[in-house]
Design a protein around this ligand. Structure first.
Ligand code: NAG
Ligand code: NAG
Ligand code: NAG
Ligand code: NAG
Ligand code: NAG
Length: 465
């Protein structure tokens, strides 16, 4: 396209030049009839002519992208007919000018080349920013190319022919926390093990990764070490309130090395541990949720009575510590799954040895239940003002999602400051769409009323429609 246009320009320029040269020859064809022009005028005309030739050549050169070479035009030999020093000088001058122009053009061309390179790189950078052109070294979001067991665990797996209809894809992608890419070094350490052998003792590392949002973790092909002298659990219902044997757990990652230590810790004054009281099943834990205290403490029996008899059958306790809520519900024939994290103590195995179902997930993960299946969700001391507002809102919407219509969310001892309650939290609960059955804000006075600290307990129903 461009080439054609350039050729057209070149042709018409040459014709124009030839016509002009012909006209200047004046005397050429019909010159005999006229007086020869005076030398000064003749030279002026020639100069003009040559300037026209030179300009046209430059434009031809420019538009042709320098594919034309700067040769003397076809009309040049005729100029030799005018054999004069002035003409020669002029021709020499023109040649010099042309040489100069040529050098300048070469320079401009080089500059254009540089600019176009710059432009290209700017465009490619812009493309990267917009994400529509892959970076030169892109490992699907990983800082380094994943290798070994990590690579095996995260790469897609081809489905057998014919299965793609059900799956909507012909490849299976392993579930893996998106944030794992941010901690590839730790994750690589976690995935460095001998396949088909014993796993490294790295429960602490796994939990750290989960807490950072690398959840779910990739699967491993190794066997976690079993405790040296494992003992069978106590049969139900005795297991609900009995301490498990110390030899049922590998204590390596924990500060306490046995349950006695955890109970002593619960009974001691001071010390700040996650769910400090939880391991003393003969202490505070034994009295929880048995009576309605008129404040933020609701009793399980009153909550169950707020629903038609027997309709609360399955549920979830978010951040349930050692599983006491689930134990109390179990005594009322309600099956409750307890989410808990092994923060400085083996919470999950403690819950399990009571004969209850532990689930190790953090607050930022989507609950592993389908929409509209649970009769009740309970959460105590986990949802507080220390949870970022947006995380809280996502968590509340997820609770709403897994509850069935008519299911209830028991918000238990939600902690916040007085000014936050109406300004921040009430609007969030409204947005989620619960219908309050009970709403009980109570000032928390143990550290003094001037701190304006509050507990809110509430019974929130997912509407039937
Ligand atoms: C023109 O240039 C040629 C060689 O390049 C030189 O021999 C000649 O003297 C020049 N003529 C004039 C008039 O400058
Ligand atoms: C793998 O096994 C070898 C030989 O038993 C051992 O030396 C090495 O430490 C193991 N590597 C890991 C990561 O466990
Ligand atoms: C329990 O563990 C603590 C340290 O965590 C230790 O001092 C104590 O001796 C242990 N008790 C028993 C009975 O093993
Ligand atoms: C729980 O179920 C058992 C057997 O189905 C029944 O005997 C018992 O009374 C029930 N307990 C309560 C508190 O409903
Ligand atoms: C929140 O608002 C309600 C009514 O809108 C009011 O009665 C209550 O005192 C407020 N609570 C706090 C802690 O300010």
């Amino acid at each position: 396209m461009h080439g054609t246009k350039h050729r057209i320009t070149a042709t018409s320029s040459q014709q124009q030049q030839q016509q002009q040269v012909g006209a200047a020859m004046g005397g050429g064809s019909d010159g005999h009839a006229h007086r020869p022009p005076r030398p000064a005028l003749r030279h002026a005309k020639l100069k003009m002519l040559l300037v026209v030739i030179a300009t046209n050549l430059v434009s031809v050169y420019l538009f042709s992208g320098a594919s034309l070479s700067l040769t003397v035009p076809a009309s040049a030999p005729r100029i030799h007919l005018w054999d004069s020093t002035a003409l020669l000088r002029d021709l020499n001058a023109t040649r010099d000018t042309l040489a100069l122009a040529r050098a300048e053009l070469a320079f401009l061309r080089a500059q254009c080349g540089t600019s176009s390179l710059l432009l290209e790189s700017v465009l490619s950078k812009l493309g990267d920013v917009h994400g529509d052109a892959p970076a030169v070294q892109d490992f699907n979001g990983w800082p380094e190319e994943p290798a070994g067991e990590l690579r095996l665990a995260i790469e897609p797996h081809r489905l057998p022919l014919g299965y793609s209809v059900n799956f909507g894809t012909d490849e299976l992608f392993p579930g893996l926390g998106f944030a794992c890419r941010n901690f590839q070094e730790d994750l690589t350490r976690y995935m460095t093990y001998n396949a088909s052998a014993e796993c490294p003792d790295d429960e602490g590392l796994a939990l750290q990764l989960m807490l950072k949002g690398c959840e779910p973790l990739p699967r491993r092909r190794c066997r976690p070490r079993s405790p040296a002298r494992y003992v069978e659990p106590t049969p139900l219902p005795g297991s609900l309130w009995s301490m498990p044997g110390d030899t049922t757990v590998n204590w390596t990652p924990y500060t306490c090395k046995n349950y006695t230590c955890l109970v002593d810790r619960a009974r001691s004054r001071g010390g700040s541990y996650d769910c400090k009281d939880c391991f003393d099943l003969a202490g505070k834990e034994r009295r929880r949720w048995l009576t309605d205290n008129g404040g933020p403490g609701f009793s399980i029996d009153n909550v169950l009575r707020s629903r038609p008899p027997g309709t609360v059958r399955i549920g979830l306790d978010i951040g349930g510590g050692t599983g006491t809520f689930a134990a109390r519900m179990r005594e009322r024939n309600v099956t409750v799954v307890t989410t808990t994290l092994d923060l400085d103590a083996p919470f999950n195995r403690f819950v399990a040895s009571r004969g209850l179902v532990p689930l190790q997930i953090s607050l930022v993960q989507r609950l592993p239940f389908a929409d509209g299946v649970l009769d009740i969700v309970h959460s105590m001391h986990v949802l507080t003002n220390s949870v970022p507002d947006d995380v809280l809102e996502f968590a509340l919407f997820d609770i709403y999602r897994v509850l069935r219509p008519g299911g209830v969310f028991w918000l238990d001892h939600f902690f916040c400051l007085g000014r936050q309650l109406n300004a921040t939290y009430v609007p969030i609960f409204r947005r989620v769409g619960f219908r309050p059955l009970r709403w009980k804000p109570s000032p928390k006075l143990d550290l003094g009323p001037e701190r304006n600290e509050w507990y809110v307990s509430a019974l929130l129903e997912k509407p039937m429609t």
